[in-house]
Design a protein around this ligand. Structure first.
Ligand code: AOF
Ligand code: ZN
Length: 355
């Protein structure tokens, strides 16, 4: 590991501290190094609050040392007036002579311009240190900025013989097959804390009546997203309870559930629904979505090639028959949990150093 890598690694560690609070902004960490000594460090703590560079610079007691120091930062410093003023101008005004950056900012408003602005001011720039890791850390933000859509994670549990549920012919048969166990269920709740939205199809709501909240882990409830084209979900379904907000995609402007936490959005069901829904969801500032079923919904995201990661729980149980689990390609990583295992499929080959 080179010296620059060592310090960028520290920036990535700091960045992670903002994980639950900065979404959909990126996690960013920064440190100031003078004569091979860290004299200040900071990270982006909360959405809308000062950026990492500002916090790191403010943490330096002797501000004159900045004129002989290197700023290390895990994302290209910004040049725009957003919720906070541009970091580049602060860096230039403090006369910091050298800046080392892990990766450029994919935000089209900033991308490349931050580096250019600092180079024009005579600052020495080094870029691309632990770039893969930095992109991996903010993979949701990169997808958001480059594709203008949420980061999409598919999740399902399947039996050892490849079924996700028994056949339940009528909606009255309400007991789904038990595939997960206590431990894997807990892990799923942890995953729920890491996304901003959670989505299921109409029949999953009617058959399983899920709450889609976080109960087995500490963290915020994601916004619940459901399709109810023909207004057939009962208004007392758990998905509409007051525990979280719910977005409903429907055909009828006069949706039958009228509650403050329930927002109906009308879409055109004669066109591709997954793309329309993801566009609206992104406009609601939801940067990542966990798709939890059922099989039809998962399959449509897979066939539309609209996904980034898939968590598949492979149970040791057998069901013999039932509803076939979706099939998916992509780089496969196997994670052994106690009793059962998760497979993680990744569409893009990115490292999993931070998993
Ligand atoms: C940085 N350092 O720590 C972060 C940056 O609305 P604002 O003002 O918070 O700006 C958000 C954008 O700034 C965000 O989309 C991303 O491009 C960049 N984030 N930039 O220099 C930071 N968090
Ligand atoms: Zn900034």
């Amino acid at each position: 590991m080179t010296i620059d890598e060592k310090y960028i690694y520290r920036c990535l560690q700091l960045a992670r501290k903002g994980e639950a609070f900065v979404r959909p902004n990126p996690m960013v960490g920064a440190i100031i190094v003078h004569n091979d000594r860290i004299i200040g460090e900071g990270y982006h703590r909360k959405f809308g609050e000062p950026h990492a560079e500002v916090n790191a610079i403010n943490a330096v007691k002797d501000q004159l040392l900045l004129q002989e120091a290197t700023l290390y930062v895990s994302l290209e410093p910004c040049t725009h007036y957003g919720k906070t003023p541009p970091c580049t101008e602060l860096i230039i005004s403090k006369k910091i002579p050298r800046v080392v950056i892990a990766t450029m900012d994919p935000n089209p408003m900033i991308s490349g311009k931050g580096i250019q602005r600092m180079q024009n001011a005579g600052i020495e720039i080094k870029e691309g240190i632990l770039e893969k890791e930095a992109k991996e850390l903010n993979r949701a933000f990169f997808v958001n900025q480059l594709c203008q859509r949420p980061y999409i994670i598919l999740k399902w549990a399947q039996s050892n013989d490849g079924f996700i549920d028994i056949m339940r012919s009528s909606l009255a048969e309400k007991t789904p097959a038990k595939i997960s166990n206590e431990i894997t269920e807990t892990i799923v709740h942890k995953i729920r804390t890491q996304v901003q939205g959670i989505m299921v199809g109409t029949h999953t709501v009617i058959k399983d009546n899920p709450r889609l909240t976080v109960r087995k882990w500490f963290g915020e409830n994601p916004i619940r997203i459901v399709i109810d084209r023909k207004c057939i979900i009962p208004s007392d379904a758990n998905i509409f309870n007051n525990e979280a907000k719910t977005l409903v995609f429907t055909e009828y402007p006069d949706y039958h559930v009228k509650k403050e936490n329930v927002k109906p959005i009308v879409i055109d069901f004669s066109k591709n629904t997954t793309e329309q829904i993801m566009k609206h969801v992104y406009e609601e500032n939801i940067g990542s979505v966990l798709i939890e079923g059922g099989s039809r919904m998962l399959t449509s995201f897979i066939s539309d090639n609209l996904w980034d990661e898939a968590y598949i729980e492979i149970s040791s149980k057998e069901l013999k028959n039932g509803i076939k689990a979706p099939r998916i390609d992509g780089d496969k990583i196997q994670i052994k949990q106690y009793l059962d295992s998760f497979q993680i499929h990744l569409k893009n080959k990115i490292s999993r150093n931070f998993l």
